[in-house]
Ligand binder design. Structure first.
Ligand code: NA7
Length: 588
């Protein structure tokens, strides 16, 4: 026997005499795992409602940073003669991560204390719930004027009591995302601390909009500085009366951990890509308008300005125009104004709807009425139908239309290494030559028919999306086996499967570094467009459909604006929890 036997905790004399209090550092033993470094904490609400054995403590596991009820018989103090034995290496990487985590906590408890407090505060402490329960009891007692004494069952009090009476099962509730232990510590730290801020924001939004009786009168800055306990408006919950249990569940649902947006990367107009410097580009004399200064748009405009093109810009969020104004671009108030000032107008916005808004909407391109001598270049990744609609609108106003699909990442745009797929009016294609030479390594003209470039680009995106999900799924399995992701990637690099993209994305997944090159939201949008195209043709695309679902769910986990490599988090989050039946007995 016994592998399991080796993983048991040492017995302690007079073990029953140990009373564990919140913040006590401990070893906690869960079935299938070695004794794990942990800390006794106040339970978050998801766990308050959960049944557990008597004499259980809510514990916070280091490393994985999740919570569970553990029987005191399965707990030992962290410090003791057993520590050396229990800390021995030769265990999974995740265990080593947990040991590092607790050491980090011992040296600097603030970050984890804040995180734990926030989770507890998010979900209310047991004391808060006692207050609620007491409040409910008091209210009810007042109303019923001692009815309970007369043998009339107090429904509210009964529900509160039920909530606190353990049933037969113990469930692991993960309130913070389980982390890959292979991920770099700094990336993990960054994600965790940013999660705290974002969580705060979400809570405030929820409380403002949903009005669940929770007062979140604190700011993200405050929460960063000190752990703040959420205030529970017991009056409101009292008023809800017997539905309080449902409300607590709602609170738990709304308060599920969220991930902060990735840091916006400020555009540095002074940094020039070496590739561009070496490329000999003679800028066109024409004036180029640019609508949309998102990640791709701003990178492309920067390249154009650096290579001496005359540029006029507009962006929905005007503040993004500032660095370009300082770098010499002209800034206009509306798309229509850009049309007036430019010969050729590029558009690079998030999705088909935004593209159409800019052309057909209020102050949009077509408000200029006569587009004679003007050309419009649609660069957003859109579906063929949208491109055809825009082409029709532009040509009906005497303008020329070119569909340009850009394939590549932000870094590739910065290095002038995109692939350009164009279709439509060839004269516009030629007039844009110096721009394309600036931003792309290869440019293809796919004919006069509008829509072809969109189709080709979406097909390429299908390959990217499906490959990323396959990569993420495989790496998550490796992580589950505690095999170093770095080793897997190193070996992968030696195989014929290696590709620049998969290697880069694999490394990002291993590090947990999801800085946006191509955000999850755009990838999912592209997959949605692919499926819609396939639907029109009755073409079956089961793998793409599943890939789309995975990206959709990754978005819902809060990674919408992170890089597509964040799809790895889907598999981290969905690693199956142990079945209830496996959890009751943690010790042989
Ligand atoms: P980003 O970084 O998400 O930027 C999106 C841009 O689109 C940004 O400038 C947005 O303006 C703009 N946008 C979004 N919706 C609208 C509406 N309704 N009206 C006007 N402008 C809008 O995307 P990328 O630059 O990475 O990618 C752009 C495209 O290239 C996309 O199709 C990718 O799939 C490929 P904001 O700054 O938010 O005001």
């Amino acid at each position: 026997m016994s592998k399991a036997k080796k993983m048991t905790l040492p017995s302690i004399d007079a073990m029953d005499l140990i009373i564990y209090k919140p913040k006590d550092l401990i070893w906690a033993k869960m079935k299938g795992f070695p004794p794990w470094p942990a800390m006794v904490v106040e339970p978050p609400v998801d766990l308050i409602n959960q049944t557990r054995k008597a004499e259980s403590k809510c514990v916070f596991f280091f490393g994985t940073r999740n919570f569970a009820w553990i029987e005191t018989a399965s707990i030992r103090p962290f410090e003791g003669t057993w520590k050396e034995e229990l800390s021995k290496v030769g265990k999974p990487n995740s265990f080593k991560g947990a040991m590092n985590d607790i050491e980090k906590y011992i040296n600097n408890p603030e970050e984890i204390d804040a995180m734990v407090m926030l989770n507890v505060a998010n979900h209310s402490s047991e004391a808060d719930f006692d207050k609620i329960r007491d409040g409910l009891n008091n209210t009810h007692e007042d109303a019923e004027n001692g009815a309970a004494d007369n043998g009339v069952e107090d429904d509210v009090a009964h529900k509160s009591a039920t909530k606190r009476t353990p049933k037969s099962k113990t469930v692991v509730a993960s309130t913070s995302k389980a982390k890959s232990n292979s991920a770099s510590k700094s990336a993990t730290k960054r994600r965790r601390s940013s999660k705290i801020i974002a969580n705060t924001k979400r809570k405030r939004d929820n409380s403002e909009s949903a009005g669940h009786g929770i007062n979140d009168d604190y700011s993200a800055a405050e929460i960063n500085a000190t752990p703040i306990r959420r205030k529970i408006n017991t009056d409101a919950l009292n008023a809800i009366g017997s539905t309080s249990r449902r409300n607590m569940n709602t609170i738990a649902l709304l308060d599920r951990p969220v991930v902060s947006r990735p840091e916006a990367q400020a555009i540095d107009m002074n940094v020039r890509s070496q590739t561009l410097v070496e490329r000999d580009i003679q800028p066109s004399n024409l004036t180029f308008g640019f609508l949309g200064l998102g990640v791709m748009g701003s990178t492309i405009v920067k390249d154009l300005i650096c290579t001496g093109h005359k540029v006029v810009v507009w962006n929905r969020t005007m503040s993004k125009c500032k660095p370009f104004l300082e770098a010499g671009a002209d800034v206009k108030d509306t798309p229509m104004d850009v049309v007036e000032a430019a010969d050729i107008i590029f558009c690079c916005v998030s999705d088909p709807k935004a593209s159409k808004d800019l052309v057909f909407g209020n102050c949009g391109v077509l408000q200029f009425k006569d587009l004679c001598n003007k050309a419009y270049v649609e660069m957003s990744t859109i579906d063929p139908e949208t491109s055809q609609d825009i082409a029709e609108g532009i040509t009906q106003c005497n303008g020329r239309y070119l569909e340009v699909q850009i394939h590549g990442t932000r870094q590739e745009a910065e290095d002038g290494m995109l692939i350009i797929l164009a279709g439509g009016d060839r004269t516009v294609f030629e007039e844009c030559h110096s721009c394309f030479k600036t931003i792309a390594k290869n440019t293809f003209f796919l004919g006069a028919e509008v829509g072809n470039a969109c189709k080709v680009n979406l097909i390429l995106q299908t390959i990217v999306g499906v490959s990323l999900v396959g990569l993420a799924e495989a790496l998550a399995l490796a992580d589950r086996f505690s095999i170093s992701l770095k080793d897997i990637i190193d070996i992968f690099e030696l195989t014929s499967m290696k590709s620049q993209l998969l290697l880069a994305k694999g490394k990002e997944m291993a590090k947990g570094d999801f800085n946006p090159q191509q955000p999850v939201s755009h990838m999912q949008k592209d997959l949605r467009l692919v499926l819609s195209m396939a639907e029109n043709l009755d073409q079956s695309m089961p793998v793409t459909a599943i890939t789309n679902e995975v990206f959709k769910h990754t978005k819902r986990l809060g990674y919408s604006e992170h890089d597509s490599s964040a799809v790895f988090s889907f598999f981290e989050q969905t690693i199956p929890k142990r079945a209830d039946s496996e959890t009751p007995s943690w010790y042989p």
